[in-house]
Design a protein around this ligand. Structure first.
Ligand code: ADP
Length: 190
C-alpha cells in the first residue's frame, strides 16, 4: 500500500494537496480534522468530547484520535493506500500508527512535509476563516495557539520520520500546481 503522511503546520495546504493525490493515486484521504468536524456536526459523543479542545486550538487527546483512525483503517482495507492528513500530531500518535500499520504489514512509505513561513500561514488561515466559516480560523489568538501547538508537539515528528529515512521536505510556497508537481516526483521515486 502507498501510505503517505502529509505533514505541515495549519494552513500549509495539506487538504488541497491531499485532494489532488486522491485523484491521481486512488488513495483514501484520512483527515483527523475533517473526521472530528463531522463528529461535531453529528453531535456524537466523540464530537462532544473533541469540541472544546478544537475551539480553543488545542490538540484533542491522543487516545481519542488514535481509536478513531484505527477504526477508519480497519474499515477501508480495500484501498491502494492512505493519506494521513493531520495525523500523527504527537510522538504517541506516531508510535501508535506505526504499531497499527506494522501489525497489518502496511507501513508508512513516506512523510511529505510541507514547509511554509509563519506569517504566510496566518494570512492564509484568516482568509480561509472568511471563506469557510471554520470556527478555529476566525480568531487570530486561536490561530496562533494552533501554530504554537504545532511547533511544540507536532513539529518534532519530522525527526521521528527522518530517523526512519522517510522524511521528504517540500517547499509549500508557490502555486498549487508547482507544489503538487514536487509531491508527484517525490512519490514517483518510491
Ligand atoms: P489545521 O491543520 O488547519 O489546524 P485540522 O483540520 O487538521 O486543521 O485540525 C483542526 C483541529 O482538530 C486541531 O486544532 C485539533 O484540535 C484537532 N485535531 C485534528 N487532528 C488531530 C490530531 N491528530 N490530534 C489531536 N488533535 C487533532
Amino acid at each position: 500500500m502507498l501510505n503517505v503522511v502529509l505533514f505541515g503546520p495549519p494552513g500549509a495546504g495539506k487538504g488541497t494537496q491531499a485532494d489532488l493525490l486522491v485523484q491521481k493515486y486512488e488513495l483514501k484521504h484520512l483527515s483527523t480534522g475533517d473526521i472530528l468536524r463531522n463528529e461535531i456536526k453529528n453531535k456524537s459523543e466523540l464530537g462532544l468530547k473533541a469540541q472544546s479542545y478544537m475551539d480553543s486550538g488545542n490538540l484533542v487527546p491522543d487516545r481519542v484520535v488514535i481509536d478513531m483512525i484505527s477504526k477508519k483503517i480497519d474499515n477501508n482495507m480495500d484501498v491502494k493506500g492512505f493519506i494521513f492528513d493531520g495525523f500523527p500530531r504527537t510522538t504517541t500518535q506516531a508510535e501508535a500508527l506505526d504499531k497499527l500499520l506494522d501489525e497489518k504489514c502496511i507501513p508508512i512509505k513516506i512523510m511529505l512535509s510541507l514547509t511554509v513561513d509563519d506569517e504566510v500561514l496566518i494570512k492564509r488561515l484568516i482568509k480561509r476563516g472568511l471563506e469557510s466559516g471554520r470556527a478555529d480560523d476566525q480568531n487570530q489568538k486561536i490561530i496562533e495557539n494552533r501554530i504554537k501547538e504545532y511547533n511544540k508537539k507536532t513539529s518534532p515528528l519530522k525527526d521521528y520520520f527522518k530517523l526512519q529515512e522517510k522524511l521528504e521536505e517540500i517547499a509549500g510556497m508557490g502555486s498549487i500546481e508547482e507544489i503538487s508537481k514536487k509531491i508527484h516526483s517525490a512519490l514517483d521515486k518510491i
